[in-house]
Write a protein that binds this ligand. Structure first.
Ligand code: SF4
Length: 213
């Protein structure tokens, strides 16, 4: 299929999903860039819903970069334990906050190149911060985006960075932020891992992986 046809098919899918899920995206809860950064780090190998059960108490206790630096590693581990991989996550959050203080004046940087320098921050977390805090267009590739873009035949890899770059070629820049919101919602509600609901899927006519009725 030609590149222009792939773009048209992707945009048609986004248009249909946008009508189906107008503005209803359940993501991570946060009120500041630092809270989003921490919540996104906690969401690795964990659902947003579970992270959202932990962060109200966490964000009430830790309000600044200095709060995360001052606490002991062990205490922070216990505060984030339900999100899994809590030892590595606590270590990364503390190291990340130390770098924010020493190198970036306690502020989150606003470029991807600077964000990925922070310990525990990869392209997914950096893109998430750029999208939600700084209103920049970015494609964040999580498990749902990986699964759906493969099923829909736009990519043929599970490498998140490769998927991000391939989608950047297919999807017009002004629609990058829609990719996450719409594919993640569709992946949670209809194209569910291991049991996709193809019979009720509104984009089945555009999907090469639809299961026979
Ligand atoms: S048709 Fe089936 S496999 Fe394709 S996107 Fe819809 S639910 Fe997923």
């Amino acid at each position: 299929m030609k590149a222009s046809q792939q773009t048209k098919r992707f945009e048609d899918i986004l248009d249909i999903l946008d009508k189906e899920y107008p503005g209803d995206f359940e993501g991570l809860d946060y009120t500041t860039p630092l809270e989003l950064l921490v919540a996104t780090m906690l969401s690795a190998q964990c659902t947003d819903a579970r992270v959202n059960t932990v962060t109200p108490a966490l964000f009430a206790k830790y309000k600044t970069v200095d709060d995360y630096i001052a606490v002991s590693q062990e205490e922070l581990e216990q505060d984030i334990r339900p999100t899994g991989y809590y030892k590595a996550k606590a270590k990364n959050i503390k190291a990340c906050c130390l770098m924010l203080k020493e190198k970036f004046g306690n502020e989150l940087p606003q470029t991807r190149e600077e964000l990925v320098q922070l310990p525990g921050v990869g392209r997914k977390t950096a893109n998430c911060v750029l999208m939600h805090c700084y209103n920049q267009q970015a494609i964040t590739v999580d498990t749902h985006v990986t699964r759906l873009t493969n099923l829909l035949g736009f990519v043929s890899t599970t490498d998140a960075v490769a998927i991000e770059f391939q989608l950047m070629e297919i999807v017009p820049l002004q629609r990058w932020n829609d990719v996450n919101r719409l594919l993640i919602t569709h992946g949670r509600k209809v194209c569910i891992a291991r049991r996709p609901q193809c019979t009720v899927c509104t984009i089945q006519h555009l999907c090469p992986s639809r299961q026979p009725m």
